[in-house]
Design a protein around this ligand. Structure first.
Ligand code: 4AD
Ligand code: MG
Length: 436
């Protein structure tokens, strides 16, 4: 086979178009085994994995020799005939004619045996060649695509907020500070404040970008760098916000079910749970949430925030995501509008995923009154001058508006059934890890 034979390669996701024909494929050796004189190679090309069968009289002398030398993750080109193989997940196999090693692989560190998580994270740059990690990232891709399609189909304009920001959005305790030509700025915690400006100009906008929090939390839900999607709508209240959230989440789950069955299968995800994710989602108030905790025998004081265990107890009562609204304003952000019926409450909503995956969405109706907002900023000890532009939005044609933020990694974790968010992003950043 020629050096550049890969130029004519067939990608394995298109292999069905070549049934009965001779093709060249190019990829990496996933695994190899023998049965008597027959050798079976599993070759992955990033799209799929295919079984290549090497038998004497069919394969070249060279191929028979090379098979013995091939190590796990060596890169190679294979030529051969595409046959049907009903037993394999792909449905096809290749009867090998010739093989050429392109790049040998010596002592590949991730063998099919079990490895510890620290080791795997240290080898993250290789780890996502493995089947399950590969499936998670493909589903992440599908979710991102669904998110963009959802907003495009619903007339939201993409509105990219800055990453360097002069002010805190989500509390001052989790800010990453950086020097900006002698000034102090922060990596953004949320694009929301900017999205509010966008909503006043475009009606409906969404942001999609990385956000940063210096979270000291060592939970399986926290990253220091994560991706957030934040729709913001002018002329919308908390009910409209919840309507959007349930439509949005259902749309995403439906897409994954339609397009990513093979990956869900690799991950052994219970599909029946995902199939229940259709509107309407249950809506309960924070205070009703406490009732559920009390029924479960928990002693919970009104005014405290729900912990991981509390969220799990509440979400376990329902077979689909539950929307918890009207939290005590004291534990919520400065920009949230108070409930006109009860000043102690914020018009906030958290969406809790089923099966203990916790909060995937946080949102609210925003305070739209200038004077109230000035008071709030002062009360939260935030610098008024950094919020001058934000206050302008209440000065020039203020309207009721609402929005939310969906955490991408937590959503991927829930849909794929992955316990820890560190496996849902190519290179996770946590308090322990910025390498590789
Ligand atoms: O609830 P949060 O803090 O809300 C906001 O940032 C609002 N400004 C959003 C808005 O109304 N536009 O964060 C929103 C979501 C959470 O529900 C969670 O899914 C995710 O972002 N999130 C994290 N994900 C991973 N690691 C972290 N440290 C996260 N912090 C929040
Ligand atoms: Mg939140």
């Amino acid at each position: 086979m020629q050096e550049n034979a890969w130029k004519k390669k067939v990608d394995l996701n298109k292999i069905h178009e070549h049934l009965g024909k001779e093709v060249i494929i190019a990829g990496w050796l996933y695994n190899k085994r023998s049965s008597g004189k027959i050798k079976f190679l599993l070759v992955r090309d990033g799209f799929e994995i295919i079984q290549c069968v090497v038998v004497k009289n069919e394969a070249s002398e060279e191929a028979l020799k090379v098979v013995e030398e091939l190590n796990q993750e060596a890169s190679l080109m294979v030529s051969g005939i595409v046959n049907e193989d009903k037993r394999s997940p792909l449905g096809y196999e290749i009867l090998v004619k010739d093989i050429k090693i392109v790049g040998q692989s010596v002592d590949y560190p991730i063998s099919p045996k079990e490895h510890g998580i620290d080791f795997l994270m240290e080898k993250r740059h290789l780890w996502f060649r493995s089947k399950k990690q590969n499936a998670i990232i493909k589903i992440r891709h599908e979710i991102v695509k669904a998110i963009r399609d959802f907003f495009n189909e619903n007339d939201f304009t993409l509105f990219d907020p800055p990453i360097f920001t002069p002010a805190a959005c989500e509390g001052t305790s989790t800010l990453f500070e950086t020097d900006y030509f002698g000034d102090k700025v922060y990596l953004t915690q949320s694009g929301q404040l900017y999205a509010e400006a966008g909503a006043m100009a475009f009606g409906k906008v969404y942001t999609f970008g990385p956000t940063f929090r210096a979270e000291k939390s060592k939970t399986r839900r926290h990253l220091t760098e994560f991706w957030m999607i934040e729709p913001e709508m002018a002329w919308a209240d908390l009910d409209d916000d919840m309507d959007l959230a349930e439509q949005f989440i259902s749309f995403i789950v439906k897409r994954v079910l339609e397009n990513r069955r093979p990956e869900l299968k690799i991950l052994e995800r219970d599909i029946s749970i995902l199939e229940k994710v259709v509107p309407p989602f249950p809506r309960i108030s924070y205070t009703e949430g406490i009732e559920i905790l009390k029924e479960a025998g928990k002693d919970f004081k009104w005014g405290n925030d729900f912990g991981v265990e509390d969220e799990t107890i509440i979400s376990n009562k329902f077979d689909r995501p539950v929307m918890v609204h009207r939290y005590p304003s004291a534990i919520k952000a400065f920009y949230m509008k108070r409930d006109p019926e009860d000043d102690k409450l914020a018009l906030a909503v958290d969406v809790l995923a089923p099966e203990g995956y916790g909060e995937i969405i946080g949102g609210s109706q925003r305070e739209d009154d200038y004077d109230v907002m000035v008071e709030r900023i002062k009360k939260h000890d935030l610098p008024l001058e950094a919020f001058d532009w934000y206050l302008d939005l209440r000065k020039y044609g203020s309207v009721p508006h609402a929005g939310f933020g969906l955490g991408l990694e937590r959503t991927v974790a829930w849909i794929t059934g992955t316990k820890h968010v560190r496996e849902t992003i190519p290179f996770p950043r946590t308090i322990y890890r910025v390498h590789p």
